[in-house]
Write a protein that binds this ligand. Structure first.
Ligand code: ADP
Length: 509
């Protein structure tokens, strides 16, 4: 029976390619495309959010500023309404509202009521301011921010019993920074840096150092802070692009790992399938070999038995030869059946060992006697080396006898022209070693480990013509290990093989 090895493996490889590699490739492309899209949309979204945050911040600053300015103006208005109003009382307002840099009270004719005296450049400021105030403004009243030189002045025309009066307020930049900007901006959360830039693009206020930071959005202030802007920055290395690049790296690594796991899984499954297919082939061969091995000795026994029964053979020597053949073939049959039965016991975990101190020399002698006829017939030169003072060694005599028989049987089977069998017993490193050597066909180096696997037989062509089931050495190794020992092999193709069974002298429990 033959099982085609290639087809399931080829099928498996095709399946692996279609079921795993193809989806993985599609996933990789999709992953890459969606990552690019995500990068673009995340950047857009981020910039939009940053712009919203910036304009929200300007509104907040402006709100606080106009609230503070409103409060100051209402206080001044309340003073002006008093019948006993004296311009000097404005000094108190100027002193208690720190945001005020300068405070002026002027009438339509340009008369300055407050302060009592003007410093040099102040007169110029007031006249420039008066140029900015239109007739309509004087009539209507109200308030607006006016830029005079490098300062922003809040100008308010208030109606009083004495006609419209112009209140002008300049800002104390330091107090503005501390009380308005800092108070508003401190509360804004987030990793981005918020800064306020003046009309010269200088950072008047920044929540963190701006070195290396990337500006992502700005929003202008209204008339209260003309040409001033709120700007948002990313700290160095924290831009959304960098974050997305990090995510892309994580994604790529995770995807790579996933691919590695998938490929490892495929390789493992491939190996499993290969091993299973190989095992199926070996099992099929095993059945064929055992059936053949059972049939050959049986037909020999039958043939010789029938010849004897007919009583035609009278020659004493021929008779003897016939009896021997029958004995030898039935021994071979029992060995084969013992091997198969023991093997199935081992597989089922039911093999037990009866270990007792055993003399080594008789065991070797009896085993070789069983092969005596074959050895002599095939012209084997047999060398046995057993030291006379060998102690008794704990072992299951039956099992070790079977091991020796298997090794001797193999040595005979796998010998070609040079028919030589060596059996040695020795004490080495706390072990009894039993060595069976031949000068036969030998075993290639790559096969040395495999021959102990169940059903395994080297290079089918060379062993094909020789009897065997492929379980003999599996049994040898099992027996060795059950005794706490091991089996080793040295072999060279064309030169011969040396199998050594190592049995410990003391039993480890
Ligand atoms: P088999 O029933 O085939 O002998 P074994 O398990 O006893 O099964 O041996 C497995 C294989 O190891 C054999 O088929 C043979 O290829 C190889 N082998 C075992 N002993 C020898 C030896 N003394 N010389 C060469 N090859 C051997």
């Amino acid at each position: 029976m033959t099982i085609r090895l290639a087809s399931p493996l080829v099928r498996f490889s095709t399946f692996g390619l279609l079921a795993v590699v193809l989806p993985a490739a599609i996933l990789a492309v999709l992953g890459y495309v969606s990552l690019r899209q995500w990068e673009t949309s995340a950047e857009l979204l981020f910039r939009e959010q940053a712009r919203d945050l910036a304009s929200m911040t300007t509104e907040k600053v402006e709100m606080l500023l106009s609230r503070t300015e409103d409060e100051i103006l209402s206080r001044i208005e309340a003073l002006l309404r008093r019948p006993d109003f004296a311009p000097a009382t404005l000094a108190e307002v100027a002193a208690t509202a720190p945001l005020i840099g300068r405070l002026y009270l002027v009438d339509r004719g340009g008369r300055v009521f407050f302060p009592a005296a003007l410093a040099g450049e102040e007169a110029g400021v007031i006249s420039k301011l008066l140029v900015e105030i239109s007739q309509a403004f004087w009539e209507r009243g109200g308030r607006r921010h006016v830029v005079v030189g490098d300062q922003v002045i809040l100008a308010a025309v208030l109606k009083t019993g004495r006609g419209p009066l112009l209140v002008a307020l300049s800002r104390n930049p330091e107090v503005f920074r501390r009380e308005i900007l800092e108070k508003t901006l401190r509360a804004v959360e987030g990793p981005t840096i918020i800064a306020v830039l003046d009309d010269q693009d200088r950072a008047v206020y920044a929540r963190a150092p701006l070195e290396g930071a990337e500006r992502i959005a700005t929003a202008p202030f209204g008339a209260a802070l003309p040409s001033w802007r709120v700007a948002l920055y990313h700290p160095h290395g924290m831009s959304p692009r960098a974050a997305i690049r990090r995510q892309a790296t994580v994604f790529t690594i995770a995807f790579g790992l996933l691919l590695v796991v998938i490929v490892a899984g495929l390789v493992a499954t491939y190996r499993l399938v290969r091993r299973e297919t190989e095992m199926a082939r070996l099992k099929a061969d095993f059945v064929a070999n055992v059936s053949h091995d059972l049939k050959t000795p049986l037909s020999l026994i039958r043939m010789f038995g029938e010849t004897l029964e007919m009583g035609r053979v009278t020659d004493e020597a021929a008779l003897h030869e016939y009896y021997r053949v029958i004995t030898r073939e039935s021994e071979r049959l029992s060995r084969l059946i013992d091997n198969v039965l023991d093997f199935s016991r081992i597989e089922g975990g039911a093999r037990t060992y009866d270990i007792a101190p055993t003399a080594v020399e008789p065991l070797i002698r009896e085993t070789l006697e069983a092969f005596g006829y074959v050895l002599a017939k095939e012209g084997f030169k047999v060398e046995v080396t057993v030291p006379p003072d060998l102690p008794k060694v704990p072992m299951d005599a039956g099992a070790v006898g079977q091991v020796l028989a298997n090794l001797v049987d193999n040595a005979i089977k796998f010998s070609a022209e040079r028919k030589w069998l060596g059996v040695e017993a020795e004490i080495q490193a706390g072990h009894l070693t039993l060595t069976v050597a031949d000068k036969g066909i030998g075993i290639p180096l790559a096969e040395l480990e495999k021959i102990f696997q169940k059903f395994y037989r080297v290079g089918r062509s060379e062993t094909q013509g020789r009897r065997g089931s492929g379980v003999g050495l599996a049994l040898v190794r099992h027996v060795a290990e059950a005794h706490g020992g091991r089996v080793t092999v040295e072999s060279r193709p064309g030169e011969g093989s040396r199998f050594t069974l190592w049995l410990p002298l003391c039993r480890e429990s």
